[in-house]
Design a protein around this ligand. Structure first.
Ligand code: UD1
Length: 468
């Protein structure tokens, strides 16, 4: 068995010849549809909101469901994913998987559930060529590489898109798969990969990359022999993927730790399953941020406190109090938030995805807080938008120094990405006057009805579609 240490420079490039997505299966309630550009001019209008009260139910995690969907490439059969968030990235991933040959039906969740169900049929007729225009739209498109190479020994895909936080290389994905026997041709058009059956390898990541861990997992479960992944990422969404793979018949040890040992099996021994997507911890934290900035006390149903441990502890340092039970958490705002210093880190550290929320909260907290970004140097682009609301934030390299002001004031701002967009909506609720957030299509990629959920808590927020 070979041992390979991973890391280094990115093989970035773009554009691959498009092939048309396959649609048109019927007989069900809803069918996966391409991205709807008609909502791209929508704006969210948030007005100063008093204390929030009531209950919000959080659906499944974007960062889990997209990988669970990719995992269905591994074995034939009919899968059902439940607790699936109603978000655009699920639609884009569904289109991508349909273009590869899966059939996906969206089914409204039964009464008492949130989100939707996905029925995914894998008949084995897979064409491992991912159309550029779909792969380019989401980061998670790269997660089809592992299962496709593992099962079919072939992949042709554009380099992945997604939120623009600066460079987002995939060198660790490719080097890991190379260590297992894959050969890649990386050009400005994308990636073409080939292999015989992948072989187990001993791999140590330089950095616990979420995406690389997931790709290596999905490749190694059907490889010949045993694969060890050291310094692997261990986010709750990766545990969720491992749980589904194990139900399918995959043999994985060390789930939830940074050392994963995977004993490969033949794809023909795997079976399709039903799986409930883990709760979205970032959406849950968004509602904590909302009550923290507006005041009040809310119940966040389905939030899993254990998955948010470090973040909840830092929120507690800011003065928010929590009551935790197995079904959710109650978050109660202090009179005024206190400033803290916080640094983003891989799980179990404070996730980079929480950071725009924390910066927004600090902008009206008592004192000065320093936020350090350790994952994506470019992930401070929304600061300019928060400044338009009156926030006092200066950037020094990968640190943001946030001096709390007494109040924010409404303005027109632009959502630069999913999480920053949500943070601007929440900040708008705390700002005096009216805040108009445009480019909400970013928010739609990862948030399931944020406006309806906030309004349900008493927030003054609405979504409008400007006339042409
Ligand atoms: C996932 C999440 C994203 C989250 C991030 C970190 C999805 C769809 N997205 O992204 O919301 O912010 O985890 O928690 O699940 N890196 C390399 N080479 C690689 C892979 C990554 O240098 O081959 C670097 C990245 O540029 C980044 C860091 O490692 O600086 C973390 O990336 P990674 O953990 O892989 O994040 P994603 O899986 O892309």
């Amino acid at each position: 068995m070979r041992r390979k240490r991973l890391g280094g420079q990115s093989p970035l490039g773009h554009a691959i010849e498009a092939s048309p997505p396959i649609h048109g299966h019927g007989g069900s309630i809803l069918i996966a549809m391409p991205f709807d550009p008609t909502n791209s001019h929508d704006v969210i209008v948030a007005s100063h909101s008093g204390p929030l009260f009531g209950e919000v139910v959080v659906p499944g995690a974007k960062n889990s469901v997209l990988k669970l969907m990719a995992a269905t490439l591994l074995a034939d059969g009919t899968y059902r994913l439940t607790n699936v968030p109603v978000i655009d990235d699920v639609d884009i991933m569904a289109d991508l998987l349909e273009a590869l040959g899966l059939r996906i039906t969206k089914i409204a969740a039964p009464r008492g559930e949130v989100g939707q169900h996905l029925e995914i049929v894998n008949s084995g007729a897979i064409r491992p060529v991912a159309p550029f225009e779909l792969a380019d739209r989401i980061r998670a498109s790269v997660n089809v590489v592992g299962p496709l190479l593992g099962r079919f020994g072939e992949i042709d895909i554009a380099l992945p898109g997604g939120d623009d936080f600066g460079g987002r290389p995939i060198d660790m994905h490719l080097r890991g798969l190379e260590a297992m026997g894959a050969v890649f041709d990386v050009t400005s058009d994308g990636i073409v990969g080939r292999c015989q059956r992948l072989r187990g390898a001993d791999i140590e990541f330089d950095f616990p990359s979420v995406g690389a861990t997931e790709n290596m997992l999905m490749a190694s479960v059907v490889a010949e022999g045993t694969t060890t992944l050291r310094n692997a990422a261990r986010e709750p969404e990766i545990v969720d993927l491992c749980e589904m793979l194990k139900k399918m018949g995959c043999r994985i040890e060390g789930v939830g730790t940074s050392n994963l040992v995977i004993h490969g099996v033949l794809p023909s021994t795997l079976q399709s399953v039903t799986h409930c997507v883990v709760t979205d911890r970032v959406q849950a934290a968004t509602y904590v941020a909302a009550v923290a900035m507006c005041g009040g006390s809310i119940r966040i149903e389905r939030a899993v406190a254990e998955h948010m441990g470090m973040m909840l502890s830092r929120f507690t340092d800011m003065g928010i109090s929590f009551q935790i039970d197995p079904a959710g958490i109650v978050a109660t705002a202090p009179q005024r938030l206190s400033s803290i210093d916080v640094a983003t880190l891989p799980y179990p550290g404070v996730a980079t995805d929480y950071k725009p929320l924390v910066v927004a909260m600090l902008s009206i907290a008592q004192g000065v807080g320093i936020v350090t970004e350790n994952l994506y140097p470019g992930r401070f682009r929304y600061v300019e938008e928060l400044r338009k609301l009156g926030a006092d934030i200066s950037i020094d390299g990968h640190h943001a120094v946030v001096r709390g002001v007494d109040h924010l004031r409404g303005a027109s701002v632009v959502a630069p990405d999913i999480r920053a967009g949500a943070a601007l909506v929440v900040a708008g609720l705390a700002a005096q006057g009216m805040t108009e957030i445009s480019d909400v299509f970013h928010i739609d990629r990862g948030y399931d009805d944020i406006v309806g959920r906030l309004a349900g808590l008493g927030a003054s927020v609405t979504r409008i579609r400007p006339e042409n």
